[in-house]
Write a protein that binds this ligand. Structure first.
Ligand code: ADP
Length: 485
């Protein structure tokens, strides 16, 4: 196997900085790729948390003026990940969320901040670091979207480029004037380059100019080629369908392992699933829910946004209450949804428990203690929480979109498929379909043998990166071979 060197470019990497699934992927894929002969290093911005955790990182280069202030490129490692860190304090030394201010608005200079990241990615692509000259530059999401663009417009021999979409809804749109301050030529402002409905889009640039495009599930790869799913980029993706593919996300099965998980109250495996009851009791306590083994406990771990369909779940609360179920929701996001969930929790003590915030440890306990995990997304590129649920014996109840469609086998589907049922899927994404499915799941829950079968099939599902990483390795190798000929 010829080794392949890949520079991944990501704006968040677990366990260092995480706001969503992108971080999980960026953190797990490099480790899984080692077994496939791929040497991956990841470039990320030097946010305060990164600088703290990579105290011992070595300086590779230093610039007195990098995009308007002093900057350095560092190399270091953390938890098995080999990292390049772009330390540019005037762009990244800001506390909190990497993208937004404490008030929740985008940093006004996000265009500059992430252009700077992409610029250095392209330079590493050209050989800035002689010890690591990549064969492929792999850009994740809009924050890295200009990396393929810089490599394209630099007009020099270059590595292959891959652009991965984790969520089509975030496109990195800016005013065209930005081009003047980020070192791209003005002729990049056209429909074959950065131009997007009169402005510019970093994601569009990456999708237009990368050699290969991937997204995080086969169904989402189809959906984004439609006008609705493509959110403005469907036409471009239809044109580039021959280089677009969907590779399902895996999960880090060491971090998410119910047999060794330090964050849960009682550890368990397939043979001692009954220990889940003890986790359920602790979860009920933490969410101030009535302690009851017989009431099905529904869990949710999610950003609270329109995408995630949690406004529909609010409307299904009467069904949850009327049918004797309980709900434990952990999430943060839209103020309106936060307020509404807190209000239903106040109105229904013992039955509905809500924690607003981001809590990695509580997320593990919800997976270990809830009977079912609900993901009612309107669209979902891949989704990770249903994969954790499968691994923890929480039966997923999901909408039939994107990666949810690809990773859960519906109870009614098993007879026509060679795969065993692992959960429940509903379509269309409406309150009626959701409540109908919640009722169906409630009935199945009270049939212990049926429920146990669903749980065991979930536990037996391969949700690891092993095979999925192999698909990326094949993609990189094909790309390198294609560029040689
Ligand atoms: P997205 O990236 O669209 O937010 P994913 O399902 O792909 O959705 O990934 C979400 C990740 O973030 C999962 O690892 C999930 O456990 C985690 N997560 C989401 N909300 C919270 C929260 N409030 N507390 C802890 N973890 C959360």
């Amino acid at each position: 196997m010829t080794p392949v060197r890949v520079l991944a470019v990501a704006s968040e990497v677990y366990p260092i900085v995480k706001t969503g699934g992108l971080a999980d992927v960026a953190g797990a894929l490099p480790l899984a790729l080692k077994a496939h002969g791929v040497e991956m290093r990841t470039l990320m911005p030097g946010y305060p948390d990164v600088m703290r955790m990579l105290g011992g990182a070595g300086e590779i280069r230093r610039w007195p003026d990098y995009f308007g202030g002093p900057g350095r490129l560092l190399a270091g490692s953390h938890d098995g990940l080999d990292l390049f860190v772009l330390d540019v304090p005037h762009l990244y030394a800001r506390p909190g969320n990497p993208y937004v201010t404490a008030e929740g608005v985008d940093w006004p200079d996000n265009g500059l901040r992430f252009a700077a990241l992409s610029r250095i990615a392209a330079d590493i692509g050209h050989g800035l670091v002689p010890a690591f000259v990549p064969d492929v530059v792999h850009a994740h999401d809009w924050q890295a979207g200009l990396a393929p663009a810089y490599l394209h417009y630099d007009n020099r021999p270059r590595p292959g480029t891959v652009m991965t979409i984790h969520n089509m809804a975030y496109q990195g749109k800016f005013a065209p004037e930005l081009i003047g301050s980020i070192g791209l030529p003005w002729d990049s402002f056209n429909v074959h380059g950065l131009e997007y409905f009169g402005g510019i889009s970093f994601l569009k640039a990456g999708l237009q100019l990368a050699d290969r495009i991937t997204t995080v599930s086969p169904t989402y790869a189809q959906e984004i080629q439609s006008d609705e799913g493509g959110m403005g980029l469907g036409g471009l993706l239809r044109q580039r369908a021959d280089v677009l593919s969907g590779i399902l996300n895996g999960i880090d099965t060491d971090v998410w392992n119910p047999q060794t998980d330090p964050h849960i109250a009682y550890r368990f495996g397939a043979e001692d699933l009954t220990f889940r009851a003890a986790n359920k009791a602790v979860l009920q306590q933490q969410f101030n829910l009535d302690s009851s083994y017989e009431a099905p406990l529904l869990g949710v771990i999610s950003r609270l946004s329109w995408q995630k369909g949690l406004d529909l779940l609010l409307e299904a609360i009467p069904t949850i209450l009327g049918d004797g179920m309980q709900l434990a929701l952990l999430g943060s996001g839209d103020r309106d949804l936060q307020d509404r969930y807190q209000a239903v929790a106040r109105a229904n003590p013992g039955r509905i428990g809500v924690v607003i915030g981001y809590d990695e440890i509580l997320a593990h306990l919800i997976q270990a203690g809830s009977d079912a995990l609900i993901v009612p997304s309107r669209f979902e590129p891949c989704g990770l929480t249903q994969l954790y649920a499968l691994r923890y014996g929480a039966v997923p109840i999901v909408s039939r979109v994107g990666g949810l469609e690809d990773t859960v086998v519906d109870i009614g589907e098993a007879s026509t498929s060679d795969r065993a049922a692992t959960g429940f899927k509903f379509a269309p994404v409406t309150v009626e379909a959701l409540t109908g499915t919640l009722r169906k799941a409630n009935t199945a829950f009270h049939n212990k043998a049926t429920w146990r079968r669903l749980q065991l099939s979930g536990l037996a599902t391969d949700v690891s990166w092993r095979n999925r990483a192999g698909d990326y390795a094949v993609l990189y190798r094909d790309l390198v071979a294609a560029r040689r000929t």
